[in-house]
Each structure stands twice: as C-alpha cells, then as structure tokens.
Design a binder for this molecule. Structure first.
Ligand code: NAP
Length: 308
C-alpha cells in the first residue's frame, strides 16, 4: 500500500472523534485525527459530567477528555492541528483538504460536532466578550457579585444557571416558553436555588452597554408584550447548537438544520464517508451517544475498507 495514503482520516477531536480514533488505531488502520482548535470538543466547557458511566460522583469535562486522549495515544493515533476546508473524491480515494494541503485517505469519519447558536439580537455581537458569552464554565468566574442572566430552557441553560450562582449576586434564567425542556433532576435543583429567578415567556430583544461592557438587556414578556430593562453585567446564551457541517453542504446530504444525514450505521450519502456525534442527525446528543457513534463509525469504516 502507498504509505502516503491513510486508511482513515477523522475530522474533529471530541468524544465521537477520539472514540473513532481509538477503535481505528487499535484495529491497526493507519489513522489521522485532525482537530481545528483544542481536543475534547464541547465537553471541555462542561464543569462536571454526572451521567457518563464509570465515574460515580461525576468527573470534570476536561479531565474526562484528557483520559480519552491518553487512551488513544496508547494505540498510536496520529493527531494534527488544522482546519479541514474541503473533502473531495478522486477515484477510490478521498482527499481531505487541511489548511490548503491535500491529504489522501481511503475512508473519512466526520465528527466536527456543533457550535453555540446565537440569539441574533442587536448588541449581541458588539458585547460578545464584554458581557455576552456562550460558555458559563469558561467565563462565569469573571462575574462576581453582579447580576447575570442565562437564556434558554434546556439542560445546558439550567446547568449553567446553577454554575453561575457560585459567582453572581443574582441569576435570571430567561426562557421563551412557560415550561423548561431540561431534565427533571436539573429543574428541581434550579427551583430550589434562591439566587435564581426564572423569567417565563420572555425573550431578549436587545443588549445594551457602554465602553465598559454590557450594562443591561431589554426583555420582552411574550404574553403581556411588556418590556423591561434588566440591569445585567453578563448575558450567557445557551439556546442549543448548530452542527458544524456547512463546509460539506455541497458534498453530503444535510437536513434543513444542517446536520449530516446518515443511516443507523453512521454511513453518509458518500460511500466511505461516515459521520458520528452531534454533527449527525439523531435524537439524543450526549457524551455516551457520541462515544457509541464513534465506535459504530469506526467499525463501519473498517468493514468498508475490507470490502473495497
Ligand atoms: P436544547 O436541549 O436544544 O435546548 C435549547 C433551549 O434553548 C430550549 O429550551 C429552547 O427553547 C431554547 N431556544 C432555542 N432557540 C432559541 C431562541 N432563538 N431564542 C430563545 N430560546 C431558544 O439545547 P442544550 O440545552 O444545549 O442541550 C443540547 C443537548 O445536549 C440535549 O440533548 C441535552 O439533553 C444535552 N445535554 C445534556 C446534559 C446532561 O445530560 N447533563 C447537559 C447539557 C446538555 P424551547 O424549549 O422553547 O425549544
């Protein structure tokens, strides 16, 4: 075999990608994992992971991801930092374009994950990094003894609201509906916390501030249509995520929200190309399901290579 050709290139270094890399390198397939920024994906911004089996009492997200990486290194997974810009087919080979350089491979596993969705309101972009944040775990400690708010009603918003009570004087949870999407156990903790006030049926219309950063958000009650200005130093946005697959829109079939469409075995619309984790259309997005996907995609890639 031509030594310049990889068996598998894995794009993305979160739980799905690292699991796929563990399986392919352990199967002695020549594997390369390409990560754009830091390894570990969205879990790196999670304080405590309580629902990944094997860790009673929970484990910090970055610690868990360090273990994933160390485990891959045991089997010699090659890792590279770079941004994948394109994926092409050339005969039976795939070409992965990394920062303008062409890398040849026989199979590809896409595990690019997802990134935080934006509110899209005036002032959001202007005050990003100066009050507006998409990661309470990363930025929460900057907001000591000041009022902050979090937008969203899912697990992330509730977990982050609870986390922010360690620092902030008051935490508003602003949710567009009259009930939360988050799991019951998290809701119970939220309602029991006296520092948190839930603003139901409410949406942020505008972020305001001055040269020092954000100072307030204008919030609309969607039932009464009343508007109020909340004094806030921080606004955390946790309204879900957008899959990072737009760079593949002309190559693979995506759903209207931009997820890669696959079958149950993680096969995409292009033979030899698999997708795993949050970038793929599926019901449950958890570390446990990303790990499951990574394993399935790796085994299917191995099967594809054997049958080729
Ligand atoms: P999510 O479950 O999709 O929730 C997004 C929340 O944001 C929803 O409450 C939604 O409101 C709201 N929202 C969406 N677009 C909005 C907009 N434009 N303006 C205002 N609000 C908006 O996202 P997530 O909380 O990030 O969770 C993603 C996945 O990760 C889920 O499967 C979740 O279970 C999982 N997760 C699990 C854990 C855990 O198990 N410990 C922790 C974090 C995340 P509606 O409810 O009205 O749609």
């Amino acid at each position: 075999m031509n030594q310049e050709v990889y068996d598998v290139v894995i794009i993305g270094g979160g739980p799905a990608g690292l699991t796929a890399g563990l399986y392919t390198s352990r199967a002695k397939l020549r594997s390369l994992l390409v990560e754009r920024m830091i390894m570990g994906g969205q879990v790196m911004t999670t304080t405590k992971v309580e629902n990944y089996p094997g860790f009673p009492g929970g484990i910090d997200g970055p610690d868990l991801m360090t273990r994933f990486q160390e485990h891959c290194q045991e089997f010699g997974l090659e890792v590279e930092t770079g941004e994948v810009q394109n994926l092409l087919e050339r005969g039976k080979e795939k070409i992965v374009v990394i920062d303008g350089r062409e890398v040849r491979t026989r199979a590809v596993i896409i595990t690019t994950g997802a990134e935080p969705r934006k509110l899209g309101v005036p002032g959001e972009e202007k005050f990003t990094g100066r009050g507006v944040s998409y990661c309470a775990t990363c930025d929460g400690a900057f907001f000591r003894e000041v009022p902050v708010a979090i937008v969203g009603g899912g697990d992330t918003a509730v977990e982050e609201a609870l986390f922010l009570t360690r620092f902030a004087s008051k935490v508003y949870l602003i949710h567009r509906r009259g009930e939360l999407r988050a799991t019951k156990i998290l809701q119970d903790r939220l309602f029991a916390n006296e520092k948190i006030e839930v603003l139901w049926n409410s949406s942020v219309e505008r972020v305001e501030g001055d040269t020092s950063g954000m100072t307030a958000a204008v919030v609309r009650d969607t039932v009464s249509e009343e508007r109020r200005s909340l004094e806030l130093h921080g606004l955390f946005v946790a309204i879900g995520v957008t899959p990072k697959a737009q760079f593949l829109a002309d190559i693979l079939q995506l759903d209207p929200d931009g997820h890669i469409l696959t079958d149950a075995e993680c096969r995409t619309s292009m033979p030899g190309v698999f997708a795993a984790g949050d970038v793929r259309k599926k019901i449950l997005k958890q570390i446990a399901t990303a790990v499951g996907d990574g394993a399935v995609a790796a085994i299917m890639a191995e099967k594809y290579l054997m049958e080729e």
